[in-house]
Design a protein around this ligand. Structure first.
Ligand code: NAP
Length: 252
């Protein structure tokens, strides 16, 4: 075995859903800098996913692409199952459930597709990916799950009943799962961003919304990623079941 192969085998592996763009991209890069081999998940934007992958490799890190739709259980299980059969001696130590969508509308006008797509992508995806990986974390007596939720899931936001319900559901699931697996040295936490500059918020006028934010600006994806990197590190080994807000003081 080459020395490089040995190093690769010793590296912890992290799966970042929605790692191609925005917060997930920044998380993928931050975790690679912390020494993780990163599995960058995306649904359709392979070009963006390759940009993330190339940046990690140019910096001397390790990563690979793993495309699947987080909202479809069969796809999640197939992609993760295939990865496991290609890597029988390794396990995915860290899962960042980040992929998400918004489809905002007042409930009175909300088509059922927008309700179910948001629930499937933001909430059911938590079950599909976590369920596919938690047993390996238990067997290996160690792991990290970080769920990217939202201020919307803490306080509820008008025009986002679907998104608030999904993120609020993930927050409750975070607290429940943390209690199930704490004895196995697995921590489960959530990070709740406020307004962060990404493709998801390009339709929001920062000038208008920043007045609501004590720090008077939108946050960056990197500011969220730094918190995720801390939570998956050994330094955060006694923090579990928590929701950490990254919102410039925009409290509930
Ligand atoms: P973004 O820039 O729109 O990026 C979304 C990412 O999710 C992309 O990588 C996309 O992949 C992926 N994705 C979407 N649907 C998917 C699916 N069904 N299966 C797999 N991947 C999927 O979003 P973001 O702003 O970075 O948001 C990331 C997370 O933070 C989300 O959970 C969001 O709800 C949460 N959040 C964001 C903000 C904010 O202000 N931006 C605030 C609070 C919470 P492709 O590139 O292939 O499309």
């Amino acid at each position: 075995m080459q020395i490089d192969d040995k190093v690769t085998k010793l590296m912890k592996i992290a799966l970042v859903t929605g790692g191609s763009r925005g917060i997930g991209k920044a998380v993928s890069i931050a975790l690679a800098r912390e020494g993780f081999r990163v599995l960058i998940n995306y649904i359709s934007n392979e070009e963006a996913a390759r940009v993330t992958l190339n940046q990690i490799i140019e910096e001397g890190g390790q990563a690979e692409l793993l495309a699947f739709d987080v909202s479809k259980q069969e796809e999640v299980e197939r992609a993760i199952g295939d990865w496991k059969s290609r890597n029988p001696e390794q396990y995915i130590h860290t899962l960042v459930n980040n992929a998400g969508i918004r489809k905002d509308n007042l409930l009175v006008f909300m088509p059922s597709d927008d309700w179910f797509n948001v629930l499937n992508t933001n909430l059911n995806s938590f079950y599909y990916s976590s369920r596919a990986l938690i047993q390996d974390m238990i067997v290996n007596k160690g792991g990290r799950i970080v769920n990217i939720v939202s201020l919307s899931g803490i306080k509820g936001m008008p025009g986002q009943t679907n998104y608030s319900a999904a993120k609020g559901g993930v927050i409750a699931a975070t607290k429940a799962l943390a209690q199930e697996v704490g004895r196995k040295k697995i921590t489960v936490n959530a990070v709740a961003p406020g307004f962060i500059k990404t493709d998801m918020t390009v339709d929001l006028d920062e000038k208008e919304y920043k007045r609501l934010i004590p720090m008077n600006r939108f946050g960056t994806a990197e500011e969220v990623a730094d918190v995720v990197a801390f939570l998956v590190s050994e330094k955060a080994s006694y923090i579990t079941g928590e929701v950490i807000s990254v919102n410039g003081g925009l409290h509930t």
